[in-house]
Write a new protein. Structure first.
Lengths: 318, 513
């Protein structure tokens, strides 16, 4: 396997008539990693995934998978990817084994290879006991497992999963994430889209956040919060009782952007300030100077969801 | 109850209003009427009452379109909700069963009625050609509208009791055939009718059904009753009105029983049954796509057996009916009849198979999985066609059987085509090209439309041939041979364009999954 990134997208743009689904997308995904692809509904995730899956040709820009251009080397790319769409794409009148056997044969595996691979993928997805069940009788979670098994049957290096956890119950979601972690340990690169960032927080090594067809963040998961903070720091005061003088005293400091009461009943106050011009000590000093009954003074913990909300714009995507 | 009914009705009218197809269909029908009138304008001197003939042609085309399009539209009224798993959602709302039936049924009925009513002012122009009065024309539309009413409610009933649209269509076609085709056939086959002997209640029933057959009503309206025991023209309103209302009431009564829920079945396992070895599905080989389509789209060996039985019933049923009624039939006649009936079945099967090749993959949302395999589009198409060809084997066997029984007829046909009559040869070639063009058209439409592919393809095919035939008869009468050659060439070009269109549309349809 070459050292090229599993996915390289440069300046991708795709429009459906006048509607621009993907405006300008550029990011890379390293090999043998799990990369989250997150964005609100209508952000352009599925269109990007369809381009990667060679279903749509990029209108502008360059898309490479393991160093191969997806347009001229489409068939070579298809051998190395496994695409799972965001809907059930199955022959429901087949049994689980017949379904996997068909895809194995279509990918050119001989009968012996198929027997071996199907056994492996059914064991991995915990569906070995269901091999002779008809797909139409399986629950949603089980059908999702069969879909995943289908994607794995030709042993692809890159899995493109479009919202695989949507519609699954919490247990099925957790089990799916466990299977994906196991696949990473087997050396697969996994590109997984979702509109729920927290779902991917513990799973992914890196993430790309897309909004209205543009990349808002791409990089390591742990760098996401730092990236959204910038020069602004946030601290929270917890007081013993309400203290009306605190907000004016903090607001008067140069570099403070906002100072406000967070929760009235619990006497919590938030202050945001430019950390290049103001130190947290100065904030604390100002609060003590106005004789606020301080119980606690701590840095505001930013969650992934907050970062996501900061990065994406409000409003309905069309 | 009125408000929910109107909610569904208005939703359907809005959809109808937004649909691109509706104005195109209305405009096409109007243009066809104007075309026929223009073609017959110069025939005042040559033909008696050309207006009557144009009017009859327009009525027959309408009836054909109404039956084909109506069956597709009405039979999917409730089954489409069942197939999309949205019937449960509808039932959770304030809608009662009768509101759902009225909302879903009447909207389609109104669409059909508007399609017919929009033609009336243009059809009235036939009066200017002579031979037909405005009263004739209005009565003709009365026949069509009342047939539409019955068809709507029959389709609705079958849609209620069926799980899938295909089953509802099959049941409606079967009932319609018994109602409209069965009676005339029984009439022809009945010795009593031929000998003019006194008859009983069966005779009355058959006569009543024939009198209410829309085709017969149109014919008697235009040309008068044939006499000799055949009934005269009757108003269609009573029979169609009562039959349609009965169908609606039955649909209402059975709604709760057949539409109460779509309970998921527990996981089913394969069971070994008697004869399992014969019907067992083998493992796929190198042609996996052929394997899949043969075993899972056409039904595999089970499907072949069912088709052999179906063809046997069709061919031998029709044959016994004819033999019962004839004094002398030789083996050549029998062979010709087997070839004809099996050929008709084969034609229907060919169109249905063409609609299913990619139509079912679209319905199951599996096109994207197929397209992302490292196989060329050409290979996918070839293998899918090969897989579907299996379904044509029984029909071909019956045609071959007919040819074996009637070798002289086949020899004579070949002789005529090859040696004797070039005119027949060009006509035969023109008709043969349809075997290429119509399946390709159906296949292409199946990538563009979700429902009604077969109806649309057949309607386009019939319309094309009616216009082509009229032009052959009216304009190119002296050079029909050249005209049919031109038609063949045109159909080949259209087929090539359709094949190209399929290759272009397939990836787009897969991406749109």
């Amino acid at each position: 396997m070459s050292d090229s990134p599993a996915i390289e997208i440069t300046g991708l743009r795709h429009a459906y008539k006048s509607h621009v689904a993907v405006a300008n997308v550029t990011f890379n995904v390293g090999q043998k990693s799990i990369h989250g692809f997150v964005g609100p509904n209508g952000a352009g995730k599925t269109t990007t995934l369809k381009v990667l899956a060679t279903l749509l040709a990029p209108q502008t820009g360059n898309v490479r998978v393991f160093g191969m251009d997806i347009v001229p080397q489409r068939n070579a790319v298809r051998r190395r990817i496994g695409y799972m769409p965001d809907h059930f794409s199955m022959y429901r009148q087949m049994t689980v084994f017949e379904y996997l056997d068909f895809f194995g044969a279509a990918y050119g595996l001989n009968q012996k290879q198929r027997d071996q691979t199907i056994g492996d993928v059914l064991a991995l997805t915990d569906m070995a006991g269901r091999r002779n069940d008809y797909i139409q009788g399986l629950s949603r979670g089980m059908q999702q497992r069969v879909s995943l098994a289908r994607v794995l049957v030709h042993d692809p290096d890159l899995l493109l999963l479009d919202e695989p956890a949507s519609g699954l119950d919490p247990r099925a979601r957790i089990e799916l994430m466990e299977i994906l972690q196991e696949l990473r340990s087997l050396g697969k690169t996994i590109f997984i889209s979702s509109h729920i960032l927290s779902e991917l927080a513990t799973l992914c090594d890196s993430v790309t956040i897309l909004d209205r067809g543009n990349v808002k963040y791409t990089g390591a998961m742990r760098g996401l919060i730092a990236a959204t903070e910038g020069d602004i720091a946030g601290y929270v005061f917890t007081l013993a009782m309400e203290h009306a003088a605190l907000v004016p005293a903090l607001s008067a400091l140069p570099g403070v952007t906002t100072a406000r009461l967070l929760e009235a009943g619990q006497f919590r106050y938030s202050v945001q300030f430019d950390k290049t011009t103001l130190a947290p000590n100065a904030i604390l000093h100002a609060a003590l100077a106005c004789e606020a009954p301080i119980i606690a003074f701590q840095e505001e913990v930013k969650h992934l969801n907050d970062a996501f909300m900061d990065l994406t714009d409000p409003g309905v995507r069309t | 109850m009125i408000r929910p009914i109107f909610a569904l009705f208005i939703r359907s009218l809005r959809e109808d209003n937004r649909a691109k197809f509706t104005p195109i269909a209305r405009a096409t029908l109007v243009l066809v009427i104007l075309f026929f009138i223009a073609m017959n304008q110069r025939d005042f001197a040559r033909r008696p009452a050309p207006g009557l003939q144009v009017f009859f042609l327009v009525m027959v085309i309408n009836l054909f379109g109404l039956v084909i399009g109506g069956i597709t539209a009405f039979c999917s009224a409730i089954t489409e909700e069942k197939e999309d798993d949205t019937l449960g959602l509808l039932r959770m709302t304030n809608l009662s069963p009768v509101a759902i039936l009225l909302g879903k049924g009447t909207s389609r009925l109104v669409s059909g009625m508007l399609l017919l009513i929009s033609q009336v002012p243009f059809s009235l122009l036939c009066v200017t050609l002579g031979g037909v009065s405005a009263a004739h024309i209005l009565k003709g539309y009365e026949v069509l509208l009342s047939t539409l009413f019955l068809l709507c409610n029959l389709g609705l009933l079958m849609s209620v009791i069926s799980r899938k649209t295909g089953v509802a269509v099959a049941l409606t076609v079967f009932t319609g055939t018994v109602l409209y085709v069965g009676a005339p056939m029984a009439y022809v086959a009945s010795y009593e009718f031929r000998s003019g002997q006194p008859t009983g209640p069966m005779h009355d029933a058959i006569t009543y059904l024939i009198a209410n057959n829309p085709m017969y009503q149109l014919a008697t309206l235009v040309y008068g009753s044939p006499g000799g025991g055949f009934p005269a023209y009757q108003s269609p309103l009573l029979f169609h009105g009562i039959a349609g209302t009965v169908c609606f009431l039955l649909a209402w009564a059975l709604f709760g029983r057949f539409c109460s829920g779509t309970a998921e079945s527990a996981p089913r396992k394969k069971k070994a049954t008697a004869g399992a070895k014969l019907l067992r599905i083998p493992r796929p080989g190198t042609r996996a796509m052929v394997w899949k389509d043969f075993w899972f789209l056409t039904g595999g060996r089970r499907g072949l057996i069912a088709r052999f039985i179906g063809y046997s019933v069709l061919v031998f049923g029709m044959l016994s009916l004819v033999l019962y009624n004839s004094n002398y039939v030789d083996s050549e006649d029998v062979g010709e009849m087997i070839m004809s009936f099996a050929g008709m079945g084969l034609g229907v099967e060919l169109v249905l198979s063409s609609a299913r090749i990619f139509g079912l993959e679209r319905k199951w949302l599996t096109l994207s999985s197929l397209i992302t395999m490292p196989i060329s589009l050409g290979r996918i198409a070839r293998h899918k066609v090969l897989g579907m060809l299996g379904s044509l084997i029984p029909g071909l066997c019956f045609v071959a059987m007919g040819a074996a029984i009637a070798p002289d007829s086949v020899r004579e046909l070949i002789y005529h085509i090859a040696e004797n009559q070039r005119n027949q040869a060009t006509l035969f070639l023109y008709m043969g090209t349809h075997l290429l063009a119509v399946p390709l058209l159906t296949c292409w439409l199946s990538l563009k439309m979700r429902r009604g592919t077969v109806a649309a393809a057949l309607s386009i095919g019939v319309l094309w041939n009616v216009i082509f035939g009229v032009l052959a008869d009216e304009v190119f009468r002296s050079s029909q041979e050249g005209w049919f050659m031109f038609g063949t060439f045109l159909l080949v070009v259209v087929s090539l364009l359709l094949a190209r269109g399929i290759a272009r549309t397939l990836p787009l349809a897969a991406a749109a999954d």
